[in-house]
Design a protein around this ligand. Structure first.
Ligand code: A3P
Length: 339
C-alpha cells in the first residue's frame, strides 16, 4: 500500500516537474522570439542618437512599450516599405548566406529567406516593384529588411534598376580571396553535375586557356572574381559610401568583428554578441545561437570540401588577380591580405 502511494506521489511529481520545465522552455522561447520581433533600434531615427551605455535601459523601456502596444493591438507588422531595405548584392560564394543569417540575429533585422532575383531576372523585373515588395517578409516600420541575391553583383542591368527603385539604398558586398572564391564557385557547379551523374571538366582545364596557357577570362568563375570590374559598373550609379565591403574570409574565422562593422554601417545599435555565435567543431564553422533553446548551423551545402587544384594554376590565377585586387583596395579603402 505504502509502495503504491509512493509510486503515485512520484508520478505526480514527475508530471508537475515536466509541466514546470515545459513552461520554462516555452517562456524562454517566447522571450527569444519576442526579442526577434521587437525593434530595439530606431532605424527611422525616432529616438535620435544614443550612447552605447544607454542601450540596455532604453531597449528595455522600448520593449515594455512595445509589449503594451501589442496588448492594445497597435503595433502591426506590415509589408516592407522599400526605403527600409538593404541588399547583399554579392559575391556568389563569398559567404552571402552566412552573412544574411548572421545579420538576422539582430532584433532589428528581418531577412528575406529566399533569393528574390528581382533585379537580375527580366521576367521578374517586368512584374514591377509591387511584386518585389510582396516577396518581402513582414516587418515593423523600425526594422531593416535584408535580401541577398548574389547574381546582382555581376549582372549588367542591376545597378540602374536598383538606383531607380531607391538611389540611397545601402549595399553590402562580401568578398573572399578571388582564387579561393573561384574554386568554391567551381565546386558548387561540379557538385550539381555529379548529382545528375554528369561528368565535368577539371578546374585547371576551365581556368586556363589551353591554347594560350593564360588565364581564361571567359570562364565565369574567373570573371566573377575580378571584383573591381563589377564594382566600377555599380559606381556609375552609387557613391562608394553606399557600399560596405565584408571580408568573407574573416567572417569564417572571426565573424563577430565583421558583423559589428555591418551593424555600424546600417546604423544599428550593437546587438549581435559572441553569445550568438559558437564554433561547431563537427561543422568546422561558426553556428548561430538565437537563445538557449534555438540555435542552428548553415546547411551542408555551405562549406564544401574543395578539390585539389594544381599549385601552378593557383599561382597563375593569383598573379592574374593581383592588379585587379590592388585597384579594388584602392577604390573601396579596404585592404585584404590576398596574395
Ligand atoms: P565553401 O563552400 O567554398 O566553403 P555563399 O553563401 O555566398 O554561397 O557562400 C558559401 C561560403 O560561405 C562557403 O564556401 C563557406 O566557406 C562560407 N561560410 C562563411 N561562414 C560560414 C558558416 N558559418 N557556415 C558555413 N559556411 C560559411
Amino acid at each position: 500500500m505504502l509502495f503504491k502511494q509512493q509510486a503515485l506521489l512520484r508520478q505526480k511529481l514527475f508530471v508537475l516537474g515536466s509541466l514546470a520545465i515545459g513552461s520554462l522552455l516555452y517562456l524562454v522561447a517566447r522571450v527569444g522570439s519576442l526579442d526577434r520581433l521587437q525593434p530595439l533600434c530606431p532605424i527611422d531615427g525616432r529616438f535620435g542618437p544614443r550612447s552605447q551605455d544607454e542601450i540596455p535601459l532604453r531597449a528595455l523601456q522600448f520593449k515594455r512599450g512595445l509589449l503594451h502596444e501589442f496588448r492594445k493591438g497597435n503595433a502591426t507588422k506590415e509589408q516592407i516599405r522599400l526605403h527600409n531595405l538593404a541588399i547583399i548584392i554579392g559575391v556568389r560564394k563569398g559567404g552571402t548566406r552566412a552573412l544574411l543569417e548572421m545579420l538576422n540575429l539582430h532584433p532589428a533585422v528581418v531577412k528575406a529567406s529566399q533569393e528574390i532575383h528581382f533585379f537580375d531576372n527580366d521576367e521578374n523585373y517586368a512584374k514591377g516593384t509591387e511584386w518585389y515588395r510582396k516577396k518581402m517578409p513582414f516587418s515593423y516600420p523600425h526594422q531593416i529588411t535584408i535580401e541577398k541575391s548574389p547574381a546582382y553583383f555581376i549582372t549588367e542591368e542591376v545597378p540602374e534598376r536598383i538606383y531607380k527603385m531607391n538611389s540611397s539604398i545601402k549595399l553590402l558586398i562580401i568578398v573572399r580571396e578571388p582564387t579561393t572564391r573561384a574554386i568554391s564557385d567551381y565546386t558548387q557547379v561540379l557538385e550539381g553535375k555529379e548529382r545528375k551523374n554528369k561528368t565535368y571538366y577539371k578546374f585547371e582545364k576551365l581556368a586556363i586557356d589551353p591554347n594560350t596557357c593564360e588565364v581564361n577570362t571567359k570562364y565565369k568563375a574567373v570573371r566573377t572574381s575580378i571584383y573591381t570590374k563589377h564594382l566600377e559598373r555599380w559606381l556609375k550609379y552609387f557613391p562608394i559610401e553606399q557600399f560596405h565591403i565584408v571580408d568573407g574570409d574573416r567572417l569564417i574565422t572571426e565573424p563577430l568583428p565583421e558583423l559589428q562593422l555591418v551593424e555600424k554601417f546600417l546604423n544599428l545599435p550593437p546587438r549581435i554578441s559572441q553569445y550568438n555565435l559558437y564554433f561547431n567543431a563537427t561543422r568546422g564553422f561558426y553556428c548561430l545561437r538565437f537563445n538557449i533553446v534555438f540555435n542552428k548551423c548553415l546547411a551542408g551545402s555551405k562549406g564544401r570540401i574543395h578539390p585539389e587544384v594544381d599549385t601552378s594554376v593557383i599561382t597563375k590565377l593569383r598573379k592574374f588577380f593581383h592588379p585587379f585586387n590592388q585597384k579594388f583596395y584602392q577604390i573601396t579603402g579596404r585592404t585584404f591580405n590576398w596574395p
